[in-house]
Ligand binder design. Structure first.
Ligand SMILES: [Zn+2]
Ligand SMILES: [Zn+2]
Length: 148
């Protein structure tokens, strides 16, 4: 006899701040792992990551959106010669279109190595690995070492 009413997953409350407790690969790796990850969904302020080596990164949502690592966005950046996180350039003479600032509407951890965001423009293909996030850290120190 089959019962129609299976156990239902509890409805998830929306948190002002999504604290992701990173599930990490138990095998030691050279890749940098985060110690804590905070996604400020409601405030819309962005993402803060404390890394295990003591470094701290904070990203705004528009920066992360413009750094989306999916093939589509990557291709688009390649064609326009943008670096990850750099906003799209306007074609000469083009009028700026009003675009709502990028904001993440949801975030989740993917496997043990990455974050995935759903953006307010309905894009959610990018998988941001810890290594990628560390690589695009916008802080002055990392930015300087990248420029060299
Ligand atoms: Zn993308
Ligand atoms: Zn940094």
């Amino acid at each position: 006899m089959d019962s129609e009413e299976g156990p239902r997953p509890p409805s998830r409350p929306t948190h002002a701040i999504l604290e992701i407790v990173p599930q990490l690969d138990p095998t030691p790796r050279l890749a940098i792992d985060p110690a804590s990850v905070k996604v400020n969904l409601t405030a819309g302020t962005g993402v803060e990551i404390d890394w295990k080596d003591g470094h701290r990164s904070s990203y705004t949502f528009p920066y992360l959106r413009d750094a989306c690592p999916c093939a589509l966005c990557d291709d688009e950046r390649e064609k326009s010669g943008r670096k990850p996180g750099e906003p799209p350039k306007l074609a000469p003479g083009a009028l700026p279109l009003f675009k709502a600032a990028a904001k993440a509407t949801a975030a989740e951890q993917v496997g043990k190595y990455a974050l995935r965001f759903a953006w307010n423009d309905n894009h959610d293909l990018g998988i941001y690995s810890w290594a990628y996030l560390r690589e695009i850290c916008p802080c002055g120190v990392c930015d300087r070492s990248k420029a060299e």
